[in-house]
Design a protein around this ligand. Sequence first.
Ligand SMILES: O=C(NC/C=C/[C@H]1O[C@@H](n2cnc3c(NCCO)ncnc32)[C@H](O)[C@@H]1O)c1cc(-c2ccc(F)cc2)cc(O)c1O
Ligand SMILES: [Mg+2]
Length: 215
Amino acid sequence: TRTSRPQRILKAVQRKATVGDPQSVITAIDHFCRHREWAMNVGDEKGSILDSVVNEVSPVTVLELGTYCGYSTVRIARLLPPGACVITLEFNPDYAAIARQVIKWSGLEDKVQLVEGASGDCIPWMKEHFGVQAFDLVFLDHWKERYLPDTKLLEECGLIQKGTVLLADNVICPGTPDYLEYVRNSPRYNSHYYRSHLEYTKAEDGLEKSVFLGY
Ligand SMILES: O=C(NC/C=C/[C@H]1O[C@@H](n2cnc3c(NCCO)ncnc32)[C@H](O)[C@@H]1O)c1cc(-c2ccc(F)cc2)cc(O)c1O
Ligand SMILES: [Mg+2]
């Protein structure tokens, strides 16, 4: 096909959503992915759980791993108070370009820092480059086999401290077995599974929330 799926998602936003209205951007993407083409956004059902965790944590600094088209970036950023921000990592330049436009359309660019690069390369620079002490909330939604190594890297870099909340998408489908085993068995995390469904389908999926208890 001439255009990519992310390009078609951006077009749906530009056709259906109102500039500066994040909820209309979310609604436009959900409608497109439910009625036109499925895409791997966290979606409206799991997205509501994401919203409730963001509201509960009321984070000042958020890290998102895997921007894709920016759907969950917009969901998170729209709930942040002035001064708070989400740093989102995306290593595919085409996806990053689409996400920038989706984020701009929603009017939330002041609350978002989209970093083009691989998590393994960017995480070690977070403190020095972005002045981050520690993240209040981390949303994991990138390659599923990278959840565990990147969590360990965040720990090693001192970016996860007592009270930091990790929220992981897709712990059932496609699944992140090694990550789940780690956060559920580690004495340093308190984990809870939010049962839900794979975006836009009836298949089971869910989010795992893990609170770091400190060393
Ligand atoms: O695979 C899924 N997500 C992956 C996301 C990847 C995005 O994140 C970016 N990315 C990946 N690794 C890194 C990285 N670091 C790691 C590499 O260095 N650093 C930076 N960015 C990274 C990619 O460029 C993409 O933009 C998924 C699948 C299903 C699914 C379920 C059922 C099905 F039948 C089919 C599919 C449902 C979901 O919700 C899903 O999230
Ligand atoms: Mg996902």
